[in-house]
Design a protein around this ligand. Structure first.
Ligand SMILES: Nc1ncnc2c1ncn2[C@@H]1O[C@H](COP(=O)(O)OP(=O)(O)OP(=O)(O)O)[C@@H](O)[C@H]1O
Length: 249
């Protein structure tokens, strides 16, 4: 994909689950682009299609109809193996539950994506990982295992792991869901910095208006459709916006 092209492009994307009368239309003719370096928050009522949207944007699943392009690749036309390769090469993940390997040190967890891809770090990548460990305040925790780290520190390790290979997109699902207020702010500032200073593209699902207020863009999904596409907003404005959709739903 040439520079300036969207990192993620949905074209008339529908995703249904099940058959016949029990069929659920989780996404309904969605067309949207996510641009390079953009930090996007995806919000909406429970069951509105947020996870479905993210699973497609991360190449975890394919659409029922329409086209999903991720890092220039047609997810709609890839088989499982090709999607796995796409994820390994181009997508970083941050989950609510951190998903660190308990037997590995912080540093080993951060290097895991390289290990899984079966490749050695270049000198440039090694210095990027060092920069990440330092700027995330993890340098003196590098040899600790997840069980010896606080929740905030564990999430920072997960973020370092997601950023380490400079993926085309980082997908974050409620990344602050298990954190206290202070750690949440640290994690959100970090994601914002990654987007602003390192041009990292990030898509984050969150129910929390404070978390979404760190984003450059807020997409609101209701009933499988994108019903709102906003620039940066203050937490109270976001809360008011969400209430209007909860009431309408
Ligand atoms: N594997 C599945 N099989 C059947 N239905 C599904 C499946 N996954 C999701 N759905 C349905 O699709 C719709 C959208 O679900 P999705 O998980 O994308 O919503 P969400 O906005 O992420 O919800 P929440 O905020 O509660 O996590 C819901 O009606 C859900 O029940």
């Amino acid at each position: 994909m040439t520079s300036g092209a969207p990192i993620v492009a949905f074209r008339d994307v529908t995703k249904t689950y099940g058959e016949g009368a029990g069929q659920v239309r989780a996404l309904d003719a969605v067309t949207v682009d996510i641009e390079p370096g953009q930090f996007t928050a995806v919000m909406g009522p429970s069951g509105s299609g947020k996870s479905t949207f993210m699973n497609l944007a991360a190449g975890l699943d394919d659409p029922t109809s329409g086209e999903v392009w991720v890092a220039g690749q047609p997810v709609h036309a890839l088989d499982d193996d090709a999607r796995t390769l796409l994820r390994r090469t181009h997508v970083g993940f941050v989950f609510q539950a951190f998903n660190l390997v308990p037997t590995l040190t912080a540093q080993e967890n951060v290097l895991l994506p390289f290990e899984l891809a079966g490749r050695r770090l270049s000198g440039d990548e090694r210095s990027w990982v060092d920069t990440l460990m330092h700027s995330l305040g993890l340098a003196d925790r590098a040899t600790h295992r997840p069980g010896e780290l606080s929740g905030g520190q564990q999430q920072r390790v997960a973020i370092a792991r997601a950023l380490a290979s400079r993926p085309q997109i980082v997908v974050a699902d409620e990344p602050t869901g298990n954190l206290d207020t202070r750690s949440s702010r640290e994690v959100l500032s970090l994601l914002r910095t990654a987007a602003r200073e390192y041009h990292q593209t990030i898509a984050m699902v969150s129910h929390d208006p404070v978390a979404a207020s760190y984003a450059d863009r807020i997409l609101v999904i209701a009933d499988g459709r994108i019903v709102g596409d906003h620039g940066p907003m203050a937490p109270q404005q976001i809360a008011d916006l969400l209430i209007s959709f909860e009431v309408a739903a």
